[in-house]
Design a protein around this ligand. Structure first.
Ligand code: ADP
Ligand code: MG
Length: 283
């Protein structure tokens, strides 16, 4: 039966399918079919980054599903920031690949702006809001910056923009502060504003680097809640070394150490891992 159904597919069709899926190996057609992973959002495959022979990332492989909220932890120097740099195109891996959504979208060789345009948004550790502008203006600027020439092309109306901005204000809990100058916001509110500025750009994957550094307990709790609410509709990757915060998020955790994946799984599982305990308690 199986042989018969395969006969129906002309060799040319299989070849072209393999071509469009970006697989340039000599894999058999069955292998090509097996690599169709519709639920995958981000796929980092055997990535190594060498700085003058020193491996900041050493053969890292990560599979992150659509809508997942993934926490990446690890001690200083583990390679967390380098990993974010590779995903966003800031650093080119020495070897390995990064795929967005499918094998058809290999983003490793693309420039940073193009990866951003494809839907990978990144929030850096230090908030970079426009201090002299109001909260709402900051969101408008983020929206305008993203659309550029496409604005006229899609004939978006001011009303649509407003709706998108209001939605972001609501999501990050800054609706009441929208007329306030960003420079006057608390540190926590600035962080949320910056997340809002990424949200209006409608990212598929949101990378958040140490979101709770410098936050008080209450702000940390609200941030955990916000990040959980953002997942589902988009993929969220949080880099953080505050264990309590990671526990409060309570999702799948990847532990990096010396450029490698040391452990992966639930917080309970990872915390019970002897190697993780050694790395965290032994230093
Ligand atoms: P983390 O964010 O987990 O603290 P990083 O990704 O910043 O770790 O760094 C991983 C390792 O790579 C560190 O040992 C760091 O010193 C090194 N490193 C990072 N960037 C560079 C660079 N541009 N040149 C040389 N070494 C680097
Ligand atoms: Mg770092």
């Amino acid at each position: 039966m199986r042989a018969k159904s395969e006969e129906v597919l002309p060799a040319a069709a299989l070849a072209s399918e393999r071509h469009t899926s970006g697989i340039v190996s000599m894999a058999a057609p069955e292998d090509a079919v097996a690599t169709v992973r519709p639920k995958l959002s981000l796929w980092v495959e055997n990535v190594t980054v060498s700085f003058d022979g020193f491996k900041a990332l050493d053969d890292i492989t990560l599979e992150i599903e659509k809508g997942e909220l993934r926490c990446i932890i690890g001690p200083n120097g583990a390679g967390k920031t380098t990993l974010m740099d590779v995903i966003t195109g800031r650093t080119r891996p020495t070897s390995g690949c990064v795929y967005l959504e499918s094998r058809a979208h290999e983003i490793t060789a693309l420039p940073e702006w193009r990866i951003a345009q494809m839907g990978v948004g990144r929030k850096f550790q230090r908030p970079t809001v426009f201090q002299g502008h109001t909260v709402a203006e900051n969101l408008e600027l983020a929206l305008a910056g993203n659309k550029g020439v496409f604005r006229t092309l899609f004939r978006r109306t001011r009303a649509e923009d407003r709706e998108q901005i209001d939605e972001a204000l609501e999501t990050v809990g800054l609706a009441e502060q929208k007329g306030r100058r960003a420079g006057l916001l608390s540190h926590g509110h600035k962080q949320w504003l910056e997340i809002g500025m990424l949200l209006v750009q409608r990212p598929k994957v949101l990378l958040v680097d140490e979101p709770v550094a410098g936050m008080n307990q209450q702000e940390m709790e609200k941030t955990a809640e916000l990040l959980r609410s953002l997942a589902g509709q988009r993929t969220v990757i949080v880099v953080e070394h505050d264990m309590d915060f990671i526990r409060s998020i309570a999702r799948k955790v990847t532990v990096l150490h010396e450029g490698r994946v040391l452990s992966e799984g639930s917080m309970d599982r990872v915390q019970a891992d002897r190697q993780v305990m050694e790395v965290y308690l032994g230093t």
